[in-house]
Ligand binder design. Structure first.
Ligand SMILES: [Zn+2]
Length: 159
């Protein structure tokens, strides 16, 4: 099994990456490129099948995300352009049919390269190259709002 790839984020900015062997459960890892050492949380973040259930960086809840490759955007633009050209009668039916089949084939190919990753609600860390358990859900705005309130509560008491 390859090492799980973890990407750390500060807001939208990528803050670092590290690879970790889930089987070995090392206590600390060194983050690239900062070379900072961070402690990992393995308590209750792995399920019985050694798949991650919670965030090993902060212990937070995870959600599932589909990673679409860059090409998807191009295919959508191509399909749209094709449809518009067809409607306007700029291209003959034959060209149109060929173009649409190419787009369709590209689309099908993309379906095979779409990967799923897990992200953390709390610290935005992203986990890929790992087995993703079926019970993980897509991003839930209600849950995100609820967790955000929880994380902001201690702060509001301080001020
Ligand atoms: Zn986290």
């Amino acid at each position: 099994m390859p090492n799980m790839l973890v990407e750390l984020y500060e807001g939208k900015q990528k803050a670092g990456t590290f690879e970790v062997n889930v089987e070995a459960q090392p206590t600390t890892v060194v983050v690239d490129p900062s070379q900072n050492e961070i402690f990992l949380k393995w308590d209750s973040t792995l399920d019985d099948s050694k798949r991650i259930r919670g965030c090993i960086v902060c212990g937070g809840d995870l959600y599932k995300e589909q990673m679409f490759p860059q090409v998807t955007g191009i295919v959508i633009v191509l399909a749209f352009a094709g449809a518009v050209a067809g409607i306007l009668g700029l291209v003959t039916t034959w060209v149109m049919l060929i173009a649409m089949s190419v787009v369709l084939i590209l689309d099908i190919l993309i379906l095979f390269v779409v990967k799923t990753r897990l992200s953390c609600y709390a610290c935005n860390a992203q986990f890929s190259q790992t087995t993703i358990a079926q019970y993980h859900k897509q991003w839930d705005p209600d849950k995100a709002a609820q967790l955000k309130r929880l994380s902001e509560e201690p702060d509001s008491k301080v001020h």
